[in-house]
Ligand binder design. Sequence first.
Ligand SMILES: Nc1nc2c(c(=O)[nH]1)N[C@H]1C(S)=C(S)[C@@H](COP(=O)(O)O)O[C@H]1N2
Ligand SMILES: [Mo]
Length: 257
Amino acid sequence: MPERNDRPRGQRLILEPAQRSQLHRAQRRLLLRGGLSLGALAMISGCNMQDGDTFDKVLWAMSRWNDRVQGWLFNQNKLAATYQASQITDPFPFNAYYPEYSVPDIDLAAWKLEVSGMVADKRAWTLEDLRGLPQASQITRLICIEGWSAIGQWSGIPLKTFLQRIGADLSARYVGFKCADRYYGSIDMPTALHPQTILALDFGGAALPADYGQPLRLRVPTKLGFKNPKHIVAMFVTNTYPGGYWEDQGYNWFSGI
Ligand SMILES: Nc1nc2c(c(=O)[nH]1)N[C@H]1C(S)=C(S)[C@@H](COP(=O)(O)O)O[C@H]1N2
Ligand SMILES: [Mo]
C-alpha cells in the first residue's frame, strides 16, 4: 500500500508500484499545467477514488476532464482547412473496424433516419426528404488516428440546419449517432452547430458509395476520422454522455479542435 500522507484524505487507491509512479507523474503534470490536483480532478470528474478504484479508472476520469476543458475552449468560429479540387486524394482510403468486404449492404429504398431524444419532431427521414433540405459542400482533410490523412469532397445538410429543422434542444450537451454496422458515436453540441459539420449524402459529387458510408455519414472536419460515423441509421440529442465505438475502448472523446 502507498503511504497515506501524500494524498488528500479519502483517496485510497490500490496501486502497483509502477502505476504509483505513473500517477505521481500525472499529478505533477496536472499541478504544473493548471494548478489542478488529483483530488480536485476527482471531485470534478465524479471519480471518488475510493478503495477498488484502479489507475485505469483515474485515467478515464482525467480523459473525461480533458474533454470538458477542450469543449470549453472550443471556438465555433475556428474553421478546418479547405482545399482545391486538384488536391483531392484519389483513390480515397477506406477505413472501418472490419475489412472492405464486410461493408454493410443497405437497402436504400427502405432506409430511414430515425430521430429521438431532446427534439420536438421525431418523425423519421427518407433519403428523398433529406435531399430536399439545403445542402453545403466542402473539400476537407479526413485525418485518421492510425496515421494517414486524405482530402475529399463531401456534400450534405449542415447538421445545424437539420437540428433546427427537427426542433432539437440546442442547449443539450450531445448529439449521438447509431450506424448500420456496430459503430456508434457522439459529438458535443458546439461541434454539432459548427458551420463545417454536415450530414453528408454525397462524396466526390455523387451519392455516398458503400465504402464511404452509404447512404448518410457525419462529416466533421474539425475532428479525427473516427468521429465521422458512416452508415448512420439513427440520431439522438441528449444530456447523457453517449460515448462511441472507439471512445469506449480508450480513444479520447473530444479528439479535435
Ligand atoms: N459506421 C462506421 N463509421 C466509421 C468507421 C466504422 O468502422 N464504421 N470508422 C471510422 C474511422 S476510424 C475512420 S478513419 C473513417 C474512415 O472513413 P473513410 O472510409 O471514408 O475513409 O470512418 C469512421 N467512421
Ligand atoms: Mo480512423
